[in-house]
Design a binder for this molecule. Sequence first.
Ligand code: SAH
Length: 389
Amino acid sequence: MSEKSNLKTNPGACPLAKKCGGCQLQNMTYERQLRWKQARCEILLKKYGKVRRIIGMDNPFHYRNKVQAAFGRTKSGKTVSGVYQSGSHRIVNVDDCMIQDEKANKIIEDIRNLLPKFRITVYDEYRRSGFLRHVLVKRGFSSGEIMVVIVGSDSYFPMKKKFTKALLELHPDITTVILSINPKETTLVLGDREEILYGSGHITDTLCGLEFSISAKSFYQINPVQTEKLYSLAVEYAGLNEKMTVLDAYCGIGTIGMVAAKTAGIVTGVELNPEAVKDAIANAKMNGMKNIHFYCADAGDFMEEAAKEGAKPDVVFMDPPRSGSSRKFIKSLLTAAPKKIIYISCNPETLARDLELICAGGYKAEKITPVDMFPHTNHIETVVSMVRV
Ligand code: SAH
């Protein structure tokens, strides 16, 4: 191999890369991945302003705080736990994923090794028999709290007490264990019913100095180290003060809005998913925040209604899903005409499409900064601040 190509490729590349397919860029060194993401952003976004240097991770490994493993058996009868092989339903055994939390990797491996002792069978998708379908582990990186969710096909789990005890003996730092019952033929991991086997059924974690309660089903950013950098940057770009009114559109469990509410006057969050809104309300209450309110609605409908009523927020944060924002939202956003728009995007292509409309409507991009939230994968997160001209 020539010296030049040596610099481009990653000597520590993952041996499972081809089968798993989760880390599309893992054959590149981390520096090269960052350059690749920077270049993608520049191609798509430089028309709107200078793209600042991507904010990478100091340690781009084991950053995922949420780890999920599917359980199954190989043809030869060996129990495996890991990910579905890309494009198929065969499970590839994964014990040491380089992006997942190491502690979670170990818990999953230990659960697999405990199965025979407690005569726990693994689920067979084709025969629709057997018990254990998935294990989900969530760890609060700053609190140290750990949740383990055992996803079974049935509520009948005869050795559950003894199994939980054995698991806690191996990992005394686990703070809650939940049985999620999922008898359905579905690609969704978690079932509708839950039984708490140990602890409170949720964990808490701290992000940007605020506490968040995380349940088995609730959404929480998977890379907390970079999330803090992303949110801090978004709020810094907004230049908030206590006189300002803020809208947090596509707010999820209310994280960005709550960070903004520490310095802003009044914050309104809007989100489509009712479960996330419930979490957002509970989280605001837990942190004693009285200047933030949440609505469950389509962001476009909400914005249209607000614009009709003459609402004039000073700052609008928008963090839409990969598909980007809707025309309806952008149209009403331009009518409401906030002084600043902070767009947080997980897809630079839809971001470019939306920036085109927003800039044509009288805004100019002030700062464009990519933040690497998902090292080794091809996903790119960007924060853009726009001012009315
Ligand atoms: N800002 C949050 C969540 C961002 S993910 C965070 O940083 O954690 C995007 C969110 O947009 C999801 O919670 C999704 O449920 C929500 N969403 C998707 N379509 C929506 C729509 N049409 N109106 C409002 N919210 C929507």
